[in-house]
Design a protein around this ligand. Structure first.
Ligand code: GLN
Length: 201
């Protein structure tokens, strides 16, 4: 049976650009909730980890008792999309984290925080993303991370001109170094919602 109901998705709302994600997902027809408590995870079929500050989201997730529930949801196969700080939180391994920084993990990658250095706080480029087709994605990078290593099951969805990896997918997990939610780019979120619908079948 194929469900025609709107996908139910959450945005982890501990810190970061939650509203921007809620807006894009709502525009795409999803039923969206801001998620702060473990019980709220039970009512969704997919989760977005927003951009923001990964070390703060990490600390708050532990303070709010969300770390283990989110890890359990990922382990159970819930589709999750992380942008920027959210990508860092999905990574199994990080470099240049603050002391004691943890991630939820799940994505078999090594991600370097603030990988473009302090001189380059933000920049924008047009990125070819073959999985999304034409036109290229106008990508905004803000104190962005880079994917430095990928495990066997990880698909590279986008690379910069010099080959550095900025978007990946592995099973039900999707991550981008940049912020589609800030530029009116809906295709990554649409891809994520397809992943949510596929899993629900
Ligand atoms: N530099 C931030 C971090 O380490 C990420 C920045 C962002 O999400 N735009 O979490």
């Amino acid at each position: 049976m194929v469900s025609t109901a709107a996908p139910r998705v959450g945005v982890l709302a501990l810190q970061g650009d939650v509203r921007e994600h809620v807006r894009v997902l709502t525009d795409l027809g999803a039923e969206v909730t801001a998620v702060r408590r473990p019980a709220e995870l039970a009512a969704i079929d997919g989760l977005v980890l927003p951009g923001g500050e990964s070390s703060v989201i990490d600390k708050l997730s532990r303070a709010f008792g969300m770390r283990e529930p989110v890890r359990d949801a990922i382990a159970a196969g819930m589709p999750v999309y992380g942008t920027c700080a959210g990508l860092i939180l999905l990574a199994d391994r990080i470099t240049d984290g603050i002391a004691g920084q943890q991630t939820f993990g799940g994505l078999d990658v090594t991600v370097r925080r603030n990988a473009f250095g302090s001189q380059v706080d933000s920049f924008e480029v047009d990125l070819d993303v073959p999985a999304l087709g034409e036109p290229p994605v106008h990508a905004v990078f803000i104190r962005a991370p880079l994917v430095e290593e990928t495990g066997d099951g990880v698909e590279r969805l986008a690379v910069l001109e010099d080959g550095r990896i900025v978007a990946v997918r592995q099973g039900a997990l999707l991550g981008t170094s940049f912020h589609p939610e800030m530029t009116g780019e809906h295709r990554f979120h649409a891809l994520f919602l397809d992943m949510v619908r596929d899993r629900g079948r």
